[in-house]
Ligand binder design. Structure first.
Ligand SMILES: *Cc1c(COP(=O)(O)O)cnc(C)c1O
Length: 220
């Protein structure tokens, strides 16, 4: 199956309210261009340098999403163009994104990453810490970032019941925090679900799925 066919198959299964992020990390530009030529405009990368290189070389109507863990000292390399940062897991990082966004006089949309998996290796904040952050005065002073939703990664397991309960937890957290509408916080996006579990994630309330290998094939 070609990238175009994979993409069209997946898109045909997605409800209209669900946004597809094509996760293109490690893949060459030719592969991304096949997806682009099939109509895909949102791409997700997990390394800032790789995303910046691809941004330089590809059409400028692409929306680039940073889905990986973000090191603060690298925010400056994507501040000019990134359209959504999924993995924001601390106030310090938000503050740095705010500082770099200000240089370009733009507001960068962010998702707070919530730790929903039981594995220690997954990044993210607790639901309580996210709630505290969003209600803090330090946060309300950040004029160049906007928190537009939450992101989560489930445990890597084939026990789908566990994955489901982790997705449900993210959805509940989202519903709890949604009422906190301020100048720089308005939650509308729940980013959860990857190649192996995006259908389950959608059933649990996801409206943004991050799909890589089912579109571009396995990564080496
Ligand atoms: C790699 C990655 C994905 C996509 O994974 P696939 O299983 O290839 O669909 C989704 N989200 C994040 C955060 C990733 O790092």
């Amino acid at each position: 199956m070609t990238i175009k066919e994979n993409l069209n198959n997946i898109k045909s299964t997605l409800p209209e309210h669900v946004t597809l992020v094509a996760v293109s990390k490690t893949k060459p530009i030719e592969d991304l261009m096949q997806a682009y030529n099939a109509g895909q405009r949102i791409f997700g990368e997990n390394k800032i340098q790789e995303m910046a290189d691809k941004y330089e070389q590809m059409p400028k109507d692409i929306q680039w999403h940073m889905i990986g863990h973000v090191q603060r000292n690298k925010v400056k390399y994507m501040a000019e163009f990134v359209s959504l940062i999924h993995g924001v897991d601390s106030f310090k990082l938000l503050k740095e994104i705010n500082k770099q966004a200000k240089k370009y006089d733009r507001i960068i949309d962010c998702l707070l990453q919530i730790k929903i998996a039981e594995e220690d290796s997954k990044f993210g904040m607790s639901a309580i810490d996210a709630s505290t952050l969003l209600q803090s005065s330090e946060f309300s002073e950040l004029q160049y970032v906007k928190v537009v939703g939450l992101m989560g990664m489930a445990t890597f397991t084939d026990r789908m019941q566990q994955v489901e309960s982790e997705f449900n937890f993210l959805k509940t957290t989202f519903e709890d925090l949604k009422s906190l509408k301020t100048n720089n916080c308005q939650l509308k996006t729940i980013s959860m679900g990857m190649s192996g579990d995006y259908q389950l994630a959608i059933n649990c309330g996801s409206n943004m799925v991050r799909v890589g290998s089912s579109i571009f094939g396995k990564r080496s």
